[in-house]
Design a protein around this ligand. Structure first.
Ligand SMILES: Cc1cc2nc3c(=O)[nH]c(=O)nc-3n(C[C@H](O)[C@H](O)[C@H](O)COP(=O)(O)O)c2cc1C
Length: 430
């Protein structure tokens, strides 16, 4: 149960002994609360030993509308389940009895960028309502793990905040907020921030049919207004730690990338930016101007068939992400593991292919790489860590996944990613 804020113990000890860093002036009640919340997250993170643990703790910490947004899928949620089932169904064919490699090399490159492991972080929208540090936490944890973080257009944090926290620029995931003119401004912001790649999500012509959101009458963007407050109240009060975080963050729920976009000489508000986007979602025909303006690699996300992968590459995509949006858009769709094989057949020799959807273990990542993916990406896995325990939670999840990739490679008898190939896995159906 959340108690009234008490002075941070470290600050009190330092004050009592007269040594250590001194606090200049009174510590505000909000700072004290933030310090207590941070300590609690550190403690909760130590209870995460698997992604499933993070999921359980996240479900406990956030209110139902937030949980439903994070966990839910479209329609029957068959695609969500299929992603996980198809990843799990792949089994290994190890090479035993070889000299055991000590410390396999997990490092690789993605679009020329060195990363410490073949696992990247997928873009997740509205993370600031899961934890006040949202994408700042995700980006900092990904930088600490030395891997790529992809910042969603639907973030509550600016590119500058994310770059500052991580000490490096993220990949930027582009939705056409504000339509084509707004998208041009977002591409320019990403270019100026030094983002190494732009990820264009192509499967979101309209929001998917997320029936969980309909039942409670609450879906992001959550707004501070009387209707939302009345509907949220019973859920929020039952999750005091989450509520305290929101208070300490002063209810900062704005979608910052949708703000400040100018169309027809006028600045759009967030609602208008979203309406312009849904009226003009990205198409393959946009890849030409995006590439030209951005000047760096453009990645097509949401590819689920070999035909569309071909089209993406023909339109200049430097890489594709095989993805069904974690089962949150069109439902049912093929699970991403079989789709990965189809896409690799179509374009695997020409561009890097990444895959996301249902990856919950390091061993899952190794399966995808063995099949031919350059890297796998995790969506809900990192968001569970965030929702369970903020930045320490994300760090913990990424470390657990990394350790499992390492362990799996040792047990397979390979010392580098280059040694993984399709003969080392079996998929149902061949
Ligand atoms: C809560 C949530 C929000 C998401 N928001 C975005 C987004 O803003 N942009 C995007 O391209 N994909 C978004 N995705 C899809 C993820 O990038 C990724 O494709 C998906 O989560 C992978 O499946 P997994 O969650 O099973 O790992 C979102 C997914 C979730 C679960």
């Amino acid at each position: 149960m959340l108690r009234a804020a008490r002075p941070d113990r470290t600050a009190r000890r330092a004050g009592a002994s007269g040594s250590g860093p001194r606090t200049v002036g009174p510590v505000s009640a909000t700072d004290q609360l933030a310090a207590r919340l941070r300590q609690r997250k550190d403690r909760v993170a130590t209870r995460i030993h698997t992604v499933a643990d993070a999921r359980r703790l996240a479900r406990r910490r956030v209110p139902k509308p937030v949980w439903d947004y994070l966990e839910g899928g479209a329609g029957t949620e068959r695609t969500v389940r299929a992603n996980i089932a198809e990843v799990e169904a792949v089994t290994f064919r190890p090479r035993i009895g070889r000299s055991g490699p000590f410390g396999p090399d997990l490092s690789t490159t993605v679009l020329g960028q060195a990363v410490s492991m073949p696992m990247l972080v997928s873009p997740i929208g509205f993370t600031r309502m899961m934890d006040p540090r949202g994408d700042v936490a995700g980006a900092a944890a990904a930088a600490a793990a030395d891997t790529v973080f992809t910042l969603s257009s639907m973030s509550g944090h600016t590119l500058a905040e994310v770059c500052d926290a991580a000490g490096r620029a993220p990949w930027f995931q582009l939705y056409f907020l504000g339509g084509r003119p707004g998208a041009e401004q977002l591409v320019e912001r990403a270019r100026r921030a030094g983002c190494p790649a732009l990820v264009v999500t192509l499967d979101t012509q309209t929001p998917g049919n997320r029936e969980r959101d309909l039942r409670l009458g609450l879906s992001p963007p959550l707004q501070v207004n009387p209707t939302t407050a009345r509907r949220m109240a019973p859920h929020a009060l039952a999750h005091p730690w989450w509520l305290a975080d929101l208070v300490a963050d002063r209810f900062s729920l704005d979608l910052v990338h949708s703000l400040g976009l100018r169309v027809d000489g006028r600045e759009l508000n967030a609602g208008e930016s979203l309406m312009h986007w849904l009226g003009n979602p990205a198409t393959f025909e946009d890849f030409g101007w995006i590439r030209e303006q951005f000047g760096g690699p453009v990645v097509a996300k949401g590819v689920i068939t070999g035909d569309d992968a071909r089209r993406a590459v023909d339109h200049g995509a430097a890489a594709v992400v095989v993805s069904n949006h974690g089962g949150r858009q069109l439902d049912p769709l093929p699970a991403t593991m079989p789709a990965l094989v189809e896409v690799l057949d179509a374009v695997g020799d020409e561009v890097e292919v990444y895959v996301d959807g249902g990856f919950r273990r390091g061993a899952d990542v190794v399966k995808a790489v063995a099949l031919g993916a350059r890297a796998a990406m995790v969506g809900r896995a990192w968001a569970y860590g965030l929702a369970a325990a903020g930045e320490p939670g994300v760090g913990r999840v990424l470390r657990i996944l990394r350790d499992d990739i390492d362990r799996t490679m040792r047990l397979l008898g390979v010392s580098s990613l280059a040694e993984l190939d399709p003969t080392m896995v079996t998929r149902p159906g061949g």
